[in-house]
Write a new protein. Structure first.
Ligand code: ZN
Length: 84
């Protein structure tokens, strides 16, 4: 075993008496296994079109299918800036 551990190494202070590796495993179990990110297929009707301007408010990008920006198309302010 070439496991040299410096005693000054920070530990998970809230888990005294267990190894850092074990603590990491506990953290992973607590957080759960990350789900694989499934990329949305590119849809030309809804891909943000940064070259266009919203018919209503003039913002970019727009949803090509509607000719309007995200908030005007979806009614959701969070969709501003192509975030849909
Ligand atoms: Zn708009």
């Amino acid at each position: 075993m070439a496991n040299k551990r410096k005693s000054s190494r920070p530990r998970f202070s809230h888990h005294p008496g267990i190894s850092d590796q074990h603590a990491l495993e506990i953290v992973r179990e607590t957080l759960g296994t990350p789900k694989p990110v499934i990329a949305k297929p590119a849809d030309p009707d809804t891909e943000p079109d940064w070259g266009g301007q919203c018919e209503v408010c003039g913002a970019s990008p727009i949803v090509p299918a509607t000719g309007m920006c995200g908030p005007c198309t979806f009614g959701e302010a969070e969709t501003a800036g192509g975030n849909w």
